[in-house]
Design a protein around this ligand. Structure first.
Ligand code: FAD
Length: 539
């Protein structure tokens, strides 16, 4: 087997906003950034639309932004972490402008701010309407390419973290280009930053790139890292129901600009439900859309009167999706569905991005820093990724840098070989998993649906045993979501249970998990359910 070996000071898995921010702030340390695709491609960061929440208006303040975030988070946000990110928001915007990112401005030079649900002020700093992610990533990539301390490894997928006796050695992966057979890559370092993004890819309907299926969570869990809040998956109320995969997003800023939510009878079903009507928090909107669909209704965004002819200039990306679907948003209703959008939970970190495993750091969507609690306030995620990207870099810089071992132990190579087995036959099982997760662990859950999801996973695991490392990771991550969802017998934020419709103050706490606790938890749930059914047999 041929292998390429790199020995940077720090290895960063992920080239979205989080990973690139860490890399830039580590100068002059030697850094290696790894991305599964070409730089900027297939990242949520590039696909993000509205922009970054920042209290930069003179009538707004960090304190108001903090309060909006805490209110939306339903009692589970860590106030000091929220305070940190909101107080850094103006600096983050300034840093991006300094590297050439262009944000939308008014003629007087002030930011042309957008409004999104549950924000009490206009505070979304965006670019070219709904093209913020493209512009922010353009700026970051440009800067990264001019930074001699950064080596970029594109089209490389990391399969394992090399770890023994509580010591991290680096990561091992392979080129995703199938024309380079057996060509694997070893990156040795005592500091690994996971910035691998979210997990929407395990659900049948998602706005995320399909390559975002929680791989970073699986990598971290496999070496014993603590995870938390896995049950909190945020569903976006307005995916565009054009039959595309992934589902294109219609940014919340469209409702901020005045669009209404209606059903096929032209009824504004949010009227009388919440004082903020179409700008109520995402969980409330998503739940009401679900109820409409459950009644057999169709749901639409109506931009005809309040945005009309301005739609194309205000939201060019969404307009281009509509044109492809042969719809004119100034004249036609846009069909929508709720879709898996953002994962609040993930690898548990402290205030510096440090995980429970020495040498392993996390930031961006893969991390659970405590900012979002049980419900993320719109556009706080790019802000979190940018602020924590910098914090992680500063903290790593304070650490000792160990001399790297020269050889990769054979056990790591063995793991690697196991992980690269054939994928083709796994495809049908991957779709079965996505479908059961969407149906049973989607926007609304109950004990029966969660157990149905678990039962399906156990069957998929049995039938597809050893077929694909990707499927194994998806099963592992889904099981963590299932355990969290079973344990949280209440409804809070984006975790909505029909059988426990209210908040329960006994659950004003986080549900931590690890690979070690997972099997124990699953076994105890399996004992409670009817084992006489053939499908419940656990492996
Ligand atoms: C359509 C859409 C619109 C959004 N709009 C907004 C918005 O307006 N405002 C906002 O705040 N948030 C928004 N979000 C959320 C926000 O974009 C994400 O939370 C954020 O960009 C995550 O950044 P990240 O760097 O953590 O991950 P990503 O940007 O997803 O990057 C992940 C990186 O990890 C790499 N990777 C993953 N696994 C591996 C592996 N095994 N080996 C090697 N590389 C790997 C990928 O190749 C990629 O480079 C939106 C999300 C979507 C999907």
């Amino acid at each position: 087997m041929t292998e390429q070996i790199y020995t940077p000071d720090v290895v960063i898995v992920g080239g979205g906003v989080a990973g690139l921010t860490v890399a830039l702030n580590l100068a002059p340390r030697k850094v290696c950034v790894i991305t599964k695709s070409s730089l900027g491609v297939n990242t949520s960061s590039s696909w993000s639309q509205a922009g970054i929440a920042a209290s930069v208006d003179k009538n707004d303040s960090n304190e108001i932004h903090l309060n909006d975030t805490l209110k939306t988070a339903k009692g589970l946000a860590n106030e000091s972490v929220v305070r940190k990110i909101v107080s850094e928001s103006a600096n983050v915007i300034r840093d991006l402008e300094n590297i050439g990112v262009q944000f939308d401005k008014n003629p007087d030079g002030s930011f042309n701010l957008g409004l999104e649900g549950a924000h009490s002020h206009k505070r979304i700093v965006g670019s070219k309407g709904d093209s913020s992610g493209i512009e922010i990533m353009r700026g970051l990539i440009n800067e990264v390419k001019q930074s001699p301390h950064i080596t970029i490894l594109e089209n490389v997928s990391i399969d394992s973290i090399m770890h023994e006796d509580n010591t991290i050695y680096g990561v091992i992966g392979r080129f995703t280009d199938k024309n380079i057979p057996n060509n694997h890559v070893v990156i040795q370092s005592s500091h690994i930053v996971l910035a691998t993004g979210g997990l929407g890819g395990i659900f049948a309907n998602t706005t995320n790139p399909r390559s975002s299926y929680g791989e970073g969570i699986a990598l971290a869990a496999q070496i014993g890292a603590t995870l938390t809040d896995m049950e909190f998956v945020q569903f976006h109320p307005t995916g565009l129901d054009f039959g595309l995969d992934p589902t294109p997003l219609a940014t919340e800023a469209i409702r901020g600009a005045g669009a209404h939510l209606v059903n096929q009878n032209n009824e504004r079903f949010m009227l009388g439900v919440h004082p903020e009507v179409e700008l109520a928090p995402r969980d409330i909107i998503a739940q009401n859309i679900f109820q409409q669909i459950d009644k057999g209704n169709s749901v639409f965004l109506d931009c005809r009167n309040n945005i009309g002819e301005h739609f194309e200039t205000q939201f060019p990306q969404v307009h281009s999706y509509c044109v492809k679907a042969e719809l004119d948003p100034s004249k036609d209703l846009m069909p929508i569905i709720p879709v898996a959008h953002y994962h609040i939970g993930g690898v548990k970190t402290d205030l510096t991005g440090r995980t429970s495993v020495e040498g392993l750091w996390c930031c961006g969507e893969v991390a659970a820093t405590g900012v979002h609690g049980a419900n993320r306030l719109a556009s706080n995620s790019l802000l979190e990724a940018l602020v924590f990207g910098k914090i992680v870099a500063v903290e790593i810089n304070k650490q000792p840098f160990k001399q790297q071992v020269e050889v990769v132990s054979s056990s790591f190579i063995k793991t690697y070989k196991e992980k690269t087995r054939s994928k083709i036959r796994a495809k049908k099982f991957i779709w079965q998993l996505r479908s059961t997760m969407m149906r049973n662990l989607g926007i609304v859950r109950n004990q029966d649906s969660i157990i149905r999801g678990l039962r399906d996973l156990i069957r998929i695991e049995r039938e597809a045993r050893g077929l694909s490392a990707k499927l194994n990771d998806m099963i592992l991550v889904s099981k963590f979501i299932i355990v969290g969802a079973l344990k949280r017998t209440e409804s809070r934020g984006c975790h909505l249970r029909f059988d426990y419709p209210n908040e329960d103050n006994n659950f004003l706490k986080h549900i931590d998990q690890s690979q070690e606790t997972l099997q124990k938890d699953l076994n105890s749930f399996l004992l409670e359910i009817d084992l006489t059914e053939e499908k419940f047999v656990a492996n």
